[in-house]
Design a protein around this ligand. Structure first.
Ligand code: GLV
Ligand code: MG
Length: 314
């Protein structure tokens, strides 16, 4: 039996919920997930009116197969409760996922889960709202394994390098890069910890935003770095970053060819009673088969997404 289709979150595009001129571009961007931001992209004075903007964006257009998400404000603010209630009441089934920022513990995730369960029952929603959590606070990093298993609604952990820099006190520039020479990868520890926790919870890990949207090469380097570790997607803060993420996080033709070759050779060896076979001087065993099956499942998911319904232009 083919493994379940992997969750595709190659690109998650941020769009301010107050900017309706950006909604069409976001819908047409090809991002796997678009989120309407009620948090840092919205000034405090506009937080309340922004909720109606998010609802209008979710319900007023056909998003095709794009995952529709909203980033609400965190539990430390006066807006989190109203954000969830107003957005879900207005959008009902036109919302797939909520993104939770500045979570500090599993209890925070539980709070959202309980509120959503009550609202879903009241509104007659037919399927549960999914959750993605930003790990961008030192307390969240310390508790990340518990956070990753805090709710069956969870799909992804997102590493938020911006607020994490603030929380940890890192000396970084506006692109969250270290302000001086640093041996090795500045984010390696945090990225690995978030990734391992995500895998414990059966979730995907999504890499941080890259604010310098004119630096496509820099975005590509960071996306690849995270991808080699096991991240399967990255935030995009501009539509131009979406095709880069979609390409970086899709298996390459070489990876697919190698996976097919290894599986075929292994099956051939198996038929001859062997548990491992040599291919070009390399021993291929069951672990290679599992790895290869994952590559092929991902390639299939990417191909299906390419032919899935697109957002309808208005
Ligand atoms: C994202 O929200 C970040 O802080 O990097
Ligand atoms: Mg943040």
């Amino acid at each position: 039996m083919a493994p379940a289709a992997p969750l595709l979150r190659r690109s998650e595009l941020a769009t301010p919920a107050t900017s309706d001129r950006m909604f069409d571009r976001a819908a047409a961007s090809g991002a796997d997930l678009v989120f309407l931001d009620l948090e840092d992209a919205v000034a405090p004075a506009r937080k309340v009116e922004a909720r109606a903007g998010a609802v209008a964006a979710l319900t007023g257009r056909d998003w095709g197969s794009t995952v529709r998400a909203v980033r609400v404000n965190g539990l430390h603010t006066p807006w989190a409760h109203g954000d969830v209630v107003e957005v879900l009441t207005g959008a009902v089934d036109a919302l797939d996922t909520l993104i939770l920022p500045k979570v500090t513990s599993a209890r925070d995730v539980w709070w959202f889960d309980v509120l959503l369960t009550q609202l879903e029952a009241q509104l007659g929603r037919t399927r549960p709202v999914r959750l993605e959590v930003l790990i961008e606070d030192v307390a969240a990093l310390a508790a990340v394994e518990e956070i990753a298993v805090a709710s069956p609604r969870l799909d992804a952990l997102i590493f938020g390098a911006g607020d994490f820099s603030v929380s940890v006190g890192a000396r970084v520039d506006t692109n969250f890069a270290p302000l001086g020479d640093y041996p090795g990868d500045f984010w390696h520890y945090a990225r690995c910890k978030v990734l391992a926790a995500a895998r414990i919870g059966g979730l995907v890990a999504v890499d941080a935003p890259y604010p310098d949207y004119r630096d496509a090469a820099g975005y590509t380097v960071q996306a690849r770095r995270a991808g080699l570790l096991g991240y399967t997607g990255k935030w995009a803060i501009h539509p131009s970053q979406v095709p880069i993420a979609n390409e970086v996080y899709a298996p390459t033709a070489d990876e697919v060819a190698r996976a097919e070759r290894d599986i075929a050779a292994y099956r051939d060896g198996e038929a001859r009673g062997l548990g491992a076979v040599g291919i070009g001087g390399v021993l291929v065993d069951a672990a290679h088969v599992t790895l290869s099956q994952a590559v092929l499942a991902r390639a299939r998911a990417v191909a299906e997404r390419a032919t899935a319904p697109r957002a309808v232009a208005r």
